[in-house]
Design a protein around this ligand. Structure first.
Ligand code: CP
Ligand code: NVA
Length: 311
């Protein structure tokens, strides 16, 4: 993960996609996140004097606040820059300005290409804080939450993502399979994860003896699941074809009836924000099975661990 070390992974030192963390680094990060969560004060000066630039093209509550608090609670500093990236000046120029001033760049972008270009030109680590294709920081908090429920050895545990095969589903597939999980993604026809992500996930699943299944049947998907996960039907920048998407996704609502098909001890996860009454219901979000706020809390701990490992 040292940007200056020639490790075999392409984007050494960045978190452009989930796969920039090797499997060993992923385990180490999750262990560190748990240690930070247990004793946050032990890490109170761990990023003394370090600074982060946060470039956000899209809105955020959780990602912004957890990165800002992660930096502040470890003795560092962050500065937030909202607006389009690469419009006022080229992305590569932004990267080469910022790396003179800060120790890490955190970027939330529309295009994955923007993250890649920032990483290619920046001499400091670049963290993907969500693009159209990935949400790797979310996946770290998700698997941390699942570990805290079912133990550190997640081999054979099943997580089912129900809904749009988009950024959050992609990252879950690429991260949870490597921990040995059975990952199932249940989408309406035409909303499956990108073909290249499916291929990638099948490949990396072998590292951890995990597996990936794609289905268009939500009931089949959640049967036997330890964790049921959903996300909005209209992602940021994707608010098109509203009546069609509502019709296509309505059988995929995670409601009490669908949750009842999962294991009795199954937990409910959602990256948030949620559109209550669309992809899920009040009853499920407020149920004893819901771990959505633990999951949101874990964003902070997982990203502290990530920052420590990158810096
Ligand atoms: N889950 C998540 O990334 O939330 P925000 O969009 O509020 O950052
Ligand atoms: N899929 C959602 C996730 C938000 C955290 C989006 O991209 O808007």
């Amino acid at each position: 993960m040292n940007k200056n070390t020639a490790l075999p992974r392409v984007a050494v030192g960045d978190l452009r996609t989930d796969l920039d963390l090797t499997r060993d680094e992923l385990f180490a990060l999750l262990d560190l996140a748990a240690a930070i969560k247990a004793n946050p004060r032990d890490f109170g000066r761990a990023l003394d004097g370090k600074s982060a630039a946060m470039l956000f093209e899209k809105p955020s509550l959780r990602t912004r606040v957890t990165f800002e608090m992660a930096m502040a609670q470890m003795g560092g500093h962050s500065t937030f820059v909202a607006g389009p990236i690469g419009e006022r000046e080229p992305v590569r120029d932004m990267a080469r300005n910022l790396d003179r001033w800060v120790d890490v760049i955190v970027a939330r972008t529309y295009s994955q290409r923007t993250v890649e270009e920032l990483a290619n030109y920046s001499r400091v680590p670049v963290i993907n804080a969500l693009s159209k294709d990935y949400h790797p920081c979310q996946a770290l908090a998700d698997v941390l939450t699942i570990r805290q429920e079912f133990g550190n050895d997640l081999r054979g545990k099943k997580v089912t993502f129900v809904g749009d095969g988009f950024n959050v589903a992609h990252s879950l597939m690429l991260t949870a399979t490597r921990l040995g999980m059975e990952v199932c993604v249940a989408t309406p026809p035409g909303y499956e994860p990108k073909r290249e992500m499916i291929v990638l996930a099948h490949t990396v699943a072998q590292e951890g003896s995990g597996s990936l299944k794609i289905t268009n049947d939500p009931v089949e998907g959640v049967t036997g699941a330890h964790a049921v996960y959903t996300d909005v039907w209209f992602s940021m920048g994707e608010q098109t074809d509203v009546p069609q998407r509502l019709a296509d996704f309505s059988p995929f609502q995670v409601n009490e009836a669908l949750m009842a098909k999962a294991r009795p001890e199954a937990i409910f996860l959602h990256c948030l924000p949620a559109k209550r009454g669309e992809e899920t219901t009040d009853a499920v979000m407020e149920s004893p099975q819901s771990r959505i706020f633990e999951e949101a809390e874990n964003r902070l701990h997982a990203q502290k661990a990530l920052l420590l490992m990158l810096l």
